[in-house]
Design a protein around this ligand. Structure first.
Ligand code: PLP
Length: 491
């Protein structure tokens, strides 16, 4: 494409994207294709001669769109919805247009400087302590690809700090903690780094939150056995049920184990900190008091298109001590003088996308109040959904709703006493069949989970276009499929 052909193709692409958004509600939420559909439709090799771009653009409509699950569909309640915005899309287009790997300040000063400022804007919007600000010169914030990367980078920094303090420790004696409810990012980090990640048991009566007493016991046990605990990954808003680990208790326990780094993974729920009324539930004060690192994803509920995971650390030196490798070809005048941030030393890769541009566009276009309203709307709609479940004798909430997530199941005999008369496995069976009915529906998408042996269904609100009418529609689909599942069910 030359510049004028790009102009034409670009206008057409924008037109088609607008048409896509107009048509979104009429599309099935989950893709209806079968595995291998695309291999059958595509040639086995890249074409020898270049093709006409219009054919390529048309093939996107014809072959790719049917294979997409529409995460922006207002009836998408699965996983954690990704609330994207046109502002974010336009920023991504601009970022892509300059194709800038922005690894250090000199490689494109605007990329580094905008990221440093955006991370401070976001930190202030969330009420994070000044020690997390880039302007503090001590702590700071960096945009990573995902919360998994944010956690991995934090584990790398925590391990490196621990080893520098205890140079004689053997790698195999290192251990860090998560809970049985932590996202798989903890286990993944352990796998990548070849070290033990111990998942601590959490209890139903604590709503699956990690308590200080459980951590204390594990720390003492492991130390007694010659292990070296160096980190705990706590969660604000777990994936399965939105559990919030008790950061104050964890922080107090860790006071007696000062070499233990506290990472707070608030990948999904962290954005609620933008709203003063949710800060207590999301434990802002304890994050500020105890966290060595804190992560939340703008790319989940936070209106910024995938990917954009924000990570703050109390002390940036711990990242750079662990990750700074500077061959001659990466040396720069300002880097050597230490007068600029070189973000390549704050993450794993060298090159990095210009992600702060979309944060800038979104935060300016929405304003902090607009951002808050989006979060508040998600929580209000979720509370509305939970109230429908509570009022119905045919369903129950399996855990207390958390932020914009409800976890529920259908009951066998129309009341919660009835569910106790039959075994857990039978009720699970009923709910599996209920869930498979829901999954077969093109007009809604939900995900399943298992909590303490109970098979249940997650209902997560957060897509930008979800309104009350979509919750009402979801509720009638859920009721309809529940009636059918109970009728079919023979204990
Ligand atoms: N942490 C929590 C609590 C999550 O729910 C998720 C994903 O849903 C993640 C981490 C992983 O996020 P990412 O895909 O950014 O690694």
């Amino acid at each position: 494409l030359d510049i004028e052909a790009f102009r034409k193709a670009g206008y057409q692409a924008v037109d088609r994207i607008c048409d896509y958004y107009y048509s979104l509600e009429k599309r099935p939420v989950a893709s209806q294709v079968q595995p291998g559909y695309l291999r059958e439709a595509l040639p086995e090799c890249a074409p020898n001669q270049g093709e006409d771009f219009q054919t390529i653009a048309d093939d996107y409509q014809k072959l790719i769109i049917p294979g997409l699950t529409h995460w922006q569909h207002p009836s998408f309640f699965a996983f954690f919805p990704t609330a994207s915005t046109f502002e974010g899309m336009i920023a991504d287009l601009y970022a892509s247009s300059t194709c800038n790997p922005g690894f250090n300040w000199a490689s494109s000063p605007a990329c580094t400087e905008l990221e440093a400022v955006m991370m401070d804007w976001a930190a202030k919007m969330f009420g994070l302590h000044d020690h997390f600000l880039n302007s503090s010169g001590i702590g700071g914030g960096v945009i990573q690809t995902t919360a998994s990367d944010s956690a991995l980078v934090s584990v790398v920094a925590a391990r490196s700090l621990y080893i520098r303090k205890h140079p004689d420790v053997k790698h195999e004696d290192l251990v860090f903690y998560t809970t049985t409810q932590t996202h798989s990012l903890g286990v993944k980090a352990g796998l990548v780094l070849g070290m033990e990640c111990r998942a601590l048991e959490v209890k139903v009566e604590d709503q699956f939150a990690l308590r200080g007493s459980i951590l204390k016991r594990a720390l003492e046990e492991d130390k007694k056995h010659g292990k070296h605990p160096f980190m705990i990954i706590a969660t604000v808003g777990t994936t399965s049920s939105g559990a919030v680990d008790r950061l104050s208790e964890i922080g107090e326990v860790v006071k007696d184990h000062p070499d233990v780094w506290i990472h707070v993974d608030a990948a999904w729920a962290g954005v609620t900190l933008a709203c003063p009324e949710f800060r207590e539930t999301a434990q802002l004060d304890n994050i500020n008091r105890y966290a060595d690192s804190f992560c939340t994803n703008f790319h989940k509920w936070g209106l910024v298109n995938f990917d954009c995971s924000t990570l703050w650390v109390k002390n940036r030196k711990y990242l750079t001590d662990a990750l700074d490798i500077t061959p001659e070809f990466l040396r720069t005048k300002h880097g050597d003088a230490g007068t600029v941030i070189d973000y390549r030393n704050w993450h794993l890769a060298l090159g990095r996308r210009f992600r702060s541009l979309k944060v800038w566009f979104v935060l300016r276009s929405y304003g902090v109040e607009g951002f808050r309203n989006h979060i508040r709307q998600g929580i209000e709609l979720s509370q509305y959904f939970a109230s429908l479940i509570r009022a119905s004798p045919s369903f129950e909430l399996v855990t207390e709703p958390s932020f914009a997530l409800s976890v529920f199941r259908v009951l066998p005999s129309g009341d919660s006493e009835g569910s106790q008369a039959v075994t857990l496995e039978l009720v699970n069976e009923l709910n599996r069949s209920f869930y498979s009915r829901l999954s077969a529906r093109p007009d809604i998408m939900l995900t399943q989970t298992m909590i303490n042996g109970v098979f249940c269904i997650r209902f997560a609100v957060g897509a930008t276009r979800t309104k009350k009418e979509h919750i009402d529609k979801a509720w009638s689909i859920i009721q309809e499929e529940a009636v059918a599942a109970v009728q079919d069910w023979t204990p």
